[in-house]
Design a protein around this ligand. Sequence first.
Ligand SMILES: *Cc1c(COP(=O)(O)O)cnc(C)c1O
Length: 230
Amino acid sequence: MWKHIADNLARIRARIEAATAAAGRPPGSVALVAVSKTHPAEAVQAALAAGQMVFGENRVQEAAAKFPALRAAHPGLRLHIIGGLQTNKAREAVRLADVIESLDRPKLAAALAEAMAKEGRRPDCLVQVNTGEEPQKSGVARAEARDFLRACREEWGLPVRGLMCIPPVDQDPRPHFAFLAGLAAREGLSVLSMGMSGDFEAAIAEGATHVRVGSAIFGARAQANWDQRR
Ligand SMILES: *Cc1c(COP(=O)(O)O)cnc(C)c1O
């Protein structure tokens, strides 16, 4: 029943390596985050059996229901929280995640700093940039990104490692990826999480270090775009 997952993973890995080589980048320089939201723990287990160790979930609640048992059985598993994060979920996100990719506003930065102090755990953080300036989407505005990054690092002392974006669905994603790469370079940040099932090759060409691929591995989800709302 879950056999398609191993096949899909093999295909996606091959495409990632081909895109990495085509961009003149070293083999293995792009990490695959398998986005398992809405899919059951059995699907994650099938991916684990195929050697996939890094997963992404957008809702803390769903991650809390699925991942503690999986992590107990697979200590090397790494979990990224990639969806819009409410401040009242910050503490649980800090408990669960190895990487929080959706840091996007001062209130959340303060809540994460407090949660990290209380939990004694410091997951890496990525700042999400709303490169398309879309009102319905999470992410800090382009013009505010540099000030927000400075505040995250200096005021809140957060372990900010990089940037994340989700370009508008109806536009060429490449200029968005290029903008994010330029900002990361200027800020001295090494992690660039960009590219999904439909556009990860373009993201790799623009320098992505992490691609977040869901439906191309696990199959279609019931609701389209539910993930991009808060
Ligand atoms: C759902 C989701 C993905 C994966 O999307 P696919 O198109 O299924 O690959 C990537 N990033 C974020 C933030 C998501 O919410």
